[in-house]
Write a protein that binds this ligand. Structure first.
Ligand code: ADP
Length: 497
């Protein structure tokens, strides 16, 4: 029997999903299990790595059963994951030594502030392409080694293994035989030299991390091992690994310089492919590895907004002014404009390009005539305004304006938001037929590595447009709206706690 399907494991921040793709890149089945985060202290976010693994396997089994596909009918497995979330486990027992520290966790704010004030700041930024922020893994690993009794000594002795979620899943899938990560995930740790793609001794010294704990860094499209025969009943090549945003970039078939995609989920993540050029941002974005499908290094300039769709969830769950996220579209369209209301959802500070962890949310411009619909509309507009801040910075870095952007993620299904995005960016917004681009990208990377697909051109031919949104407001109107946003952001940044 020929192997016709690719299994993609998509381990996100709130759910573990699995999807199955056929030879034409069409999704034939998807399954998902949600899991919670724990918030043991203000600003702290943790998850249970063993629970993530259990639910990831459950989703994989569900999708195979649902589609009646035998594991031996799989050509390869691809993995994509929430990035920067950290697991440390015992090499012998496989037991995590502490809860996983999630990317959103701010427990290392003070350590980052100290590094940002130190003489090391500039070369760390230069070498990693990142900024020094709790978001990235390095200070989280340092924190764990300093706070779990005995961890540092065990790490130095080689008894403990470190990994982001991709590494944890590879290790578990392979029955503890393979300890590996990929370049896209490694480029988010603050421990990798962005240009060479290797762990960097100077960085390991600054973050005080023992090299013995670190996984091998593989390419994103490469067979790193096989699944343990006992797990699914067949040894399937684990052949594609990429962090969620880089996988989404591949899933959008953004393989060449100048192509840009924005994902509208809990947050927004906008990646501009820069090809083989390591372009360092001069506008407070970060530079990251893109998922290369061959041995050549590829890069992207990335901007991230921490709260995007999560603002809609907040209106639904905390204010109770929305029955469900999709209803935000109809509510926003029930008024002709936001009546001067701006909503800056800086619940956890502001991400790129501000990197201001002290900012806090504001709703400004309220009058007695303001209604729930105006606030909902302002929340959707805030997603587009924040994305414009990213795209403006990317355009400035690239030296050329962005004229077309591919979109995906849950909130990209909102037509009002997409039209407003086109209007406020003065840019064509293109929404593909399959917006589950993260899982799709991991499948592509895995399929390319095993020869299931021949080339990125073949994959690009699978990509289909569902709808295009063209800009249709006047430049003066665009400027007026955006000026109002910048004024509201200034207010969010001056909130005193
Ligand atoms: P993630 O992968 O980050 O969990 P998803 O891509 O699944 O996110 O998108 C979910 C997010 O998008 C939620 O924050 C939700 O509030 C928002 N969302 C989903 N559908 C809509 C919609 N139609 N309009 C606006 N926001 C939406």
């Amino acid at each position: 029997m020929t192997s016709q399907h690719i299994l993609s494991l998509d381990e996100g921040t709130s759910s573990a999903r699995a999807a199955l793709y056929d030879h034409q890149g069409a999704r034939v089945a998807i399954a998902s299990h949600e899991f919670p985060s724990q918030y043991p202290q203000p600003g702290w976010v943790e998850q249970d790595a063993k629970e993530i693994w259990r639910l990831q396997v459950q989703s994989a089994r569900d999708v195979l059963d649902g589609a009646r596909v035998q594991p031996r009918g799989l050509a390869a497995v691809g993995i994509t994951n929430q990035r920067e979330t950290l697991v440390v486990w015992d090499r012998q027992t496989g037991e995590p030594i502490a809860p996983a520290i999630v990317w959103q966790c701010r427990r290392t704010s003070a350590a980052c502030a100290a590094l940002n004030a130190s003489k090391d700041r500039d070369w760390i930024i230069e070498r990693t392409g990142l900024v020094i922020d709790p978001y990235f893994t390095g200070t989280k690993l340092q924190w764990l080694l300093d706070h779990v009794p005995g961890a540092r000594a065990r790490g130095e002795a080689g008894d403990l293994l470190f990994g982001n979620i991709d590494t944890w899943l590879i290790w578990k899938l392979s029955g503890g035989r393979v300890h590996a990560t990929d370049l896209t995930n490694a480029s988010r740790t603050l421990l990798m030299n962005l240009a060479t793609g290797e762990w960097d001794d100077d960085l390991l010294r600054v973050f005080n991390v023992p090299r013995a704990m670190l996984p091998r860094i593989a390419r994103s499209s490469e067979v790193v091992g096989v699944t343990d025969g006992d797990l699914f009943g067949a040894e399937v090549p684990i052949a594609g690994v990429a962090g969620d945003q880089q996988a989404a970039t591949a899933g959008q078939a953004c393989f060449s310089p100048g192509m840009i995609k924005n994902t509208y989920g809990t947050g927004c993540f906008c990646l501009l492919h820069t090809g083989w050029n390591l372009v360092r941002s001069k506008n407070r974005l970060i530079t990251t590895r893109a998922a290369s499908t061959n041995s050549e290094a590829q890069y992207a300039i990335e901007g991230s907004v921490f709260v995007a769709g999560a603002a809609i969830q907040w209106l639904r769950d905390s204010l109770g002014i929305l029955p469900a996220a999709p209803a935000s579209q109809q509510m926003a369209e029930s008024v002709t404009d936001s009546a001067g209301v701006y909503f800056v959802p800086a619940f956890v500070g502001l991400g790129a390009p501000h990197w201001d962890s002290e900012a806090r949310g504001v709703i400004s411009g309220l009058t007695r005539g303001a209604t729930a619909a105006h606030i909902v509309r302002a929340a959707l507009e805030s997603i587009a305004f924040q994305s414009r801040e990213l795209v403006d910075a990317q355009s400035a870095d690239a030296g050329t304006p962005v004229k077309e952007m591919r979109v995906d993620g849950g909130a990209a299904r909102n037509d009002f938001l997409m039209q407003f995005q086109a209007d406020i960016l003065d840019c064509r917004i293109v929404r593909p037929a399959d917006t589950e681009t993260t899982a799709l990208g991991a499948a592509y990377l895995a399929g390319l590595a095993v020869g299931h697909w021949k080339s990125t051109e073949e994959i690009a031919s699978f990509w289909r447009v569902e709808r295009v949104f063209e800009p249709r407001i006047a430049a003066s109107e665009r400027a007026r709206l955006y000026d109002g946003w910048l004024d509201a952001v200034a207010r969010a940044r001056s909130v005193r706690r």
